[in-house]
Design a protein around this ligand. Structure first.
Ligand code: BGC
Length: 273
């Protein structure tokens, strides 16, 4: 079974068909720069082009960098404010001519990691942070997603955390890895104090360079890089487009967790088959 996944970010929009059984891209992904300003009108065209590029027709999942409630954006930090209150799902369905399911981008990356990646067997409280243009967060309790946590916007010393500790902040300010690691350490220690997680997973653009900062962190919590690296958003988005029982006419079995991320059977460690 394949679904199309799109990861919409403040910097780039990327997508590909995804092999749902394996949690891998079925074809090399395609990336388009996010138009600036990133308004609903300006972004609809590139998203439609991306789907057309692959000749895709069928269900699409889209990861979007905002709070998403019932398909509607309730915030906009790294895209234009005009998205707030927009039915993203309806707008992208109209633009692409395909049914589009939308979820927060960090939630999408988290679902992918928890289904196919390093979080597969993780129990307890898991927090995945994506370090990219902003900081995204996805929180899981015993494998179940608590959506739209937005922990990148925690205020530390009166400053929105993602303005100081995202990968874009490191780039913008030309920070050395040791300087950046201190900022990230402060951020993750704050999360640690507030939530006492069992595992941190670090994803997003920075996860490709995790050897530069992970060894410099002073955390009590086990902290590991994401396995799906930059494709987690695409894979998680595609997974969100899979209905519980598979698409009509598709008799392949649904993937683990494909029922909207509540499939406890595949997640309970040691549970009888
Ligand atoms: C947004 C989040 C998003 C994160 C990563 C933040 O600025 O508020 O919704 O998950 O950036 O893109």
């Amino acid at each position: 079974m394949q679904r199309f996944g799109i990861d919409i970010g403040g910097t780039g929009i990327k997508g590909a068909p995804v092999d749902i059984a394996r949690g891998e891209l079925a074809e090399p992904r395609w990336r388009i720069l996010t138009p600036q300003p990133a308004t609903p009108e300006a972004m609809a065209g590139p998203v439609a082009d991306l789907v057309k590029h692959f000749g895709w027709q069928g269900p699409v999942g889209a990861a979007f960098p905002a709070v998403i409630k019932n398909g509607v954006a309730r915030s906009a930090a790294n895209v234009d404010q005009a998205w707030i209150g927009t039915d993203v799902s309806a707008a992208l369905s109209t633009a692409t001519g395909c049914p589009v399911t939308v979820l927060n981008d960090a939630d999408a990356a988290g679902v992918a990691e928890m289904t196919y990646g390093v979080g597969r067997d993780a129990r307890g409280l898991v927090i995945l942070c994506t370090l990219g243009t902003g900081i995204g967060s996805a929180m899981f309790l015993n494998g179940e997603l608590v959506p739209n946590t937005e922990l990148g916007h925690l205020e530390i010393d009166g400053v929105d955390a993602e303005l100081r500790a995202s990968d874009a902040a490191r780039d913008r300010e030309g920070l050395s890895w040791s300087h950046y690691s201190r900022r990230l350490d402060r951020y993750l220690q704050t999360l640690e104090k507030l939530f006492s997680p069992d595992l941190f997973i670090i994803g997003g653009g920075a996860s490709k360079k995790s050897e530069k900062f992970l060894p410099r962190l002073n955390l009590q919590t086990q902290t590991i890089p994401a396995a799906l690296l930059n494709n987690a958003g695409i894979v998680g988005a595609a997974l969100a487009a899979v209905p519980a029982t598979g698409a009509p006419g598709d008799d392949s079995p649904p993937p683990p967790g494909a029922d909207g991320f509540h499939d406890q059977e595949v997640r309970l460690a040691g549970a009888p088959a």
